[in-house]
Design a protein around this ligand. Structure first.
Ligand SMILES: Nc1ncnc2c1ncn2[C@@H]1O[C@H](COP(=O)(O)OP(=O)(O)O)[C@@H](O)[C@H]1O
Ligand SMILES: [Mg+2]
Length: 282
């Protein structure tokens, strides 16, 4: 076995066999593919005069988990921030190309509508300086989705969805800052789920967490998967192999390869993808 094939075998041990078979089955007949939830066509992105994304085209499948991998600085966060137009707060930042959410252009949607439909979880948990309850209730209140008893139910349901309920049900009025890092990150997920988004973008959500918290988050992604479309940026290739149905590999602002996870990790079409997943650079 060559050095590359040993390294590849290591990563592919982690490819979740059930998921891969499922993805493979779905990839066989064209009609069996899940619907396209987000369609990017020829996205270029600029910070001022500096171009950081080049002609990104991808189809993100509905109610599936898509992982985006690639070395630091290759544009993964920028791509996520394009999908919910988070980049608009950066001066002179601009995106060009076509980006559809279902059939509507993301660039034409009213921002509150887009943010309601596309939630985001960041690398570092960022609870508000409020109680656990208020952190989750905030979104539904702002969007006028629920109040009174219905709001209490929605908070519980969201905390359950983020696998946090059992740990916090007796301390909902405590400050969110009293939670551990892993719990705060699940709280961020509960907060995002509370407004029932169609898409949830997760930007390296486990990078600051210990292995046990990471495992809890990976586990809960499977339970969320049935209700919304997930796009997760991860530095951890074993994580991508474990959780994702589809994987995209970014390099220097380009989407080098995008395919079902098993193909990316066992039979990549591009040499750069193979070099990255076998740990030659990164
Ligand atoms: N606010 C910004 N202003 C200027 N350049 C930026 C800004 N944010 C990111 N960049 C640059 O854009 C490129 C892509 O960054 P990013 O999307 O954060 O990559 P990744 O998430 O893959 O590490 C990098 O060269 C980075 O330095
Ligand atoms: Mg990033």
């Amino acid at each position: 076995m060559t050095e590359a094939s040993v390294a590849r075998a290591k990563v592919t041990e982690n490819v979740n066999p059930e998921k891969s078979q499922q993805a493979a089955r779905e990839l066989e007949p064209e009609r069996a593919q899940p619907a396209v939830k987000i369609k990017a066509r020829n996205i270029d992105f600029f910070y001022g005069t500096k171009q950081v994304l080049y002609g990104i085209s991808a189809e993100i499948r509905e109610r599936k988990i898509t992982a985006l991998i690639g070395p630091s600085g290759c544009g993964k966060t920028t791509f996520l921030r394009t999908v919910n137009r988070m980049y608009e707060t950066v001066k002179n930042a601009r995106a060009e190309g076509e980006l559809l959410l279902d059939t509507e252009s993301v660039f034409d949607l009213a921002l509150p509508n887009l943010r309601r439909r596309v939630g985001m979880v960041f690398q570092k948990p960022n609870p508000f300086p409020k109680s656990i309850f208020e952190n989750v209730a905030y979104g539904p209140r702002v969007h006028g989705l629920a109040n009174g008893v219905r709001l209490v139910e929605l908070v519980e349901q969201s905390l359950r969805g983020a696998a946090l309920w059992d740990e916090v049900k007796d301390s909902l009025n405590k400050s969110a800052f009293s939670l551990s890092g892993g719990q705060q990150q699940r709280l961020s997920i509960a907060r995002a789920l509370a407004i029932d988004p169609e898409v949830l973008l997760l930007d390296e959500p486990c990078s600051a967490l210990d292995p046990i918290s990471t495992a809890k988050i990976e586990e809960l992604l499977f339970t969320i998967e049935g209700r919304c479309t997930l796009v997760i940026v991860t530095h951890n290739m074993a994580q991508a192999a474990r959780v994702a149905d589809y994987t995209g590999f970014f390099l220097m602002g380009k989407l080098v390869e995008f395919n079902d996870t098993k193909t990316i990790f066992t039979n990549p079409a591009k040499k750069e993808t193979e070099d990255y997943i076998t740990g030659r650079f990164g």
